[in-house]
Design a protein around this ligand. Structure first.
Ligand code: GDP
Ligand code: CA
Length: 330
């Protein structure tokens, strides 16, 4: 593994599984590379007076090894006493349970934000509690949240992404995803440098629309990816025409992208034709997509893409780095 600076764009759960594998692969190298993770902040929200940052927390907890593996989100060994009290007062969203340990994180984050720290500094402070082994950066310090335009009960409404995702389970068709104020936002300190000065840039197998798409929507980030000298390699979150966990297919259909590994690759686009990607990994089950993507100018490899555990995630990360290694820095 000759690359020394790796930068990953990542959402929450899919992103965290991938980054854990990448960290394991990096630790096995003779000279372990530095890993910077640029995390989606579009799911962030104010709830019960607290700033909640779901994807940053999924990454933080998983990298710290304190996440709930079974449930897939939140802290292990969690209790929900405080949420019951909040519900009794009618504060917050009854369908959006915040665990007690998780609330500790949200209180600490909110306190630091109220002290005047930008989110990136807050994340650094929270992450310092654990040896997470990577640099974790929010895509932006600005409060840019993803909203979903829907028609519900005959009424046009704009829901916060988390309300659409958790309350409606993405069952109410999304008409559009909006990021009000995104045009006035800027990348958090270090984000553009991490992309521009990386040896390899990786797109985690995260939601292409509301995780990776939202990160790329912060002005300057997409340009940093298209102009970096580093090879850019992505990992498909879609296997055999279905998203592996969750409901990201509802996001893809909303923007008119088919749920297939090839369609997601074409959505990101080959760098050779103005898109983002030099390389793309699909699952073995999607090997038939390889020749068509290669013909489009996208170097594509088929490898097992199920992230069952750290070892399988590390093998995917190694395959992504191997593919990146076939390209010279430009
Ligand atoms: P979220 O923010 O928690 O929704 O997580 P992400 O956006 O980071 O990732 C969600 C995506 O991860 C889903 O759309 C899945 O398709 C993908 N994903 C989850 N588990 C796996 C896996 O084992 N393999 C692959 N290739 N993708 C996965
Ligand atoms: Ca998310």
């Amino acid at each position: 593994m000759p690359a020394t600076r790796l930068t990953v764009l990542a959402g929450g759960v899919g992103g965290a599984r991938f980054v854990r594998g990448l960290r394991a692969a990096a630790r096995a190298a003779a000279v372990p590379p530095e890993i910077t993770v640029v995390a989606n902040t579009g799911d962030d929200l104010w709830l019960a007076g607290l700033r909640v940052t779901p994807d940053l927390d999924s990454l933080l907890y998983a990298l710290a090894g304190v996440n709930d593996e079974q449930r897939g989100w939140g802290r292990a060994g969690e209790t929900e006493r405080v949420s019951g009290e909040l519900a009794a007062y009618g504060v917050g969203w009854p369908w959006f349970t915040l665990g007690d340990l998780d609330l500790g994180t949200h209180i600490a984050r909110t306190a630091l934000l109220k002290d005047g720290l930008p989110l990136s500094a807050v994340v650094e402070r929270l992450a310092a509690r654990w040896p997470i082994g990577v640099r974790l950066l929010p895509a932006t310090d600005d409060e840019v949240e993803t909203h979903v335009a829907v028609v519900e009960d005959g009424e046009e409404r704009e829901l916060h992404f988390e309300e659409w995702w958790v309350r409606t389970r993405a069952k109410v068709p999304a008409r559009a995803f909006l990021q009000p104020g995104a045009e006035h936002s800027s990348p958090a300190p270090g984000v553009l440098e991490a992309i521009g000065e990386a040896d390899v840039v990786l797109l985690a197998p995260s939601n292409p629309v509301v995780s990776i798409g939202t990160i790329l929507g912060i002005p300057g980030i997409r340009d940093a990816v298209t102009s970096t000298r580093a090879p850019v390699v992505g990992v498909s979150p879609v296997i055999r025409g279905a998203v592996v966990r969750g409901m990201a297919d509802a996001c893809l259909s909303a923007i008119g992208v088919e749920t297939s590994a090839a369609a997601v690759a074409r959505h990101y686009g080959a760098r050779a034709s103005g898109g983002l990607l030099d390389g793309w990994l699909v699952d073995l089950a999607d090997a038939d997509a390889v020749p068509g993507l290669e013909a489009d100018g996208l170097a594509t490899r088929a490898v097992p893409l199920w992230m069952h555990d750290e070892a399988t995630s590390a093998a995917i990360a190694t395959a992504a780095l191997d593919l990146a290694g076939t390209f010279a820095r430009r």
